[in-house]
Write a protein that binds this ligand. Sequence first.
Ligand code: FES
Ligand code: FES
Length: 161
Amino acid sequence: MTINFILNGEDEAIHCEADGRLLDILRGSFNLLGTKTGCLSGRCGVCFVILNSKVVPSCIVPAFRVRNSEIITIEGFSQTTEYQDIVTGFSRAGVECCGYCDSGKILAAGVLLERIPRPSRNDVLAAFTGIRCRCTEPESLVEGVLAAADIRQRRLYGRGT
Ligand code: FES
Ligand code: FES
C-alpha cells in the first residue's frame, strides 16, 4: 500500500506492507538511525518518535496507522530551540547520556514540556515510565527536565519557573 505522511516537516509517500513497523520504515527507508532498535515490544523506549504530538514506541506502530499523520524523529526535533533547551538542561543536571536511549528521553521531555511547561516531579516521572534507561537515575532525570523547563521559560518569557 502507499502511505502518505509528514516526516520532520516534509511530505512523504512510501510503498510498504500495511503492518510493517514504523521503526523499520524510519531506519530502512529514510535512514533515520537516531530511532534505535531495542526490545521491539514497546517496553524500552529507545525507538520513541513523536506521532501527532504524542510520544510513541515506533516498534509497535504499524504503517497503516501513520497515514496522514505527522511524525517527528530526533533528527527533526534536534533542529528546534526546544531541543537545545533540553540538552542544556540535561547537561546542567548531569544527566548521563550513553547514546542508547537519548533520543527517547529527549523526545519524551519535549512532548512533556509542550503539554506542561512547568511540570511537577511526578509529571516528569510519569512521562518517562515507558523508558528503561540503564544509565540515568530517576532523580537526575527529574532535575534535568526541571532545568530544561526553567531554561525554556526564560527563553520564552524572560523568567524561570
Ligand atoms: S524497541 Fe521499541 S520500545 Fe523497545
Ligand atoms: S542513556 Fe544509556 S541506556 Fe539510557
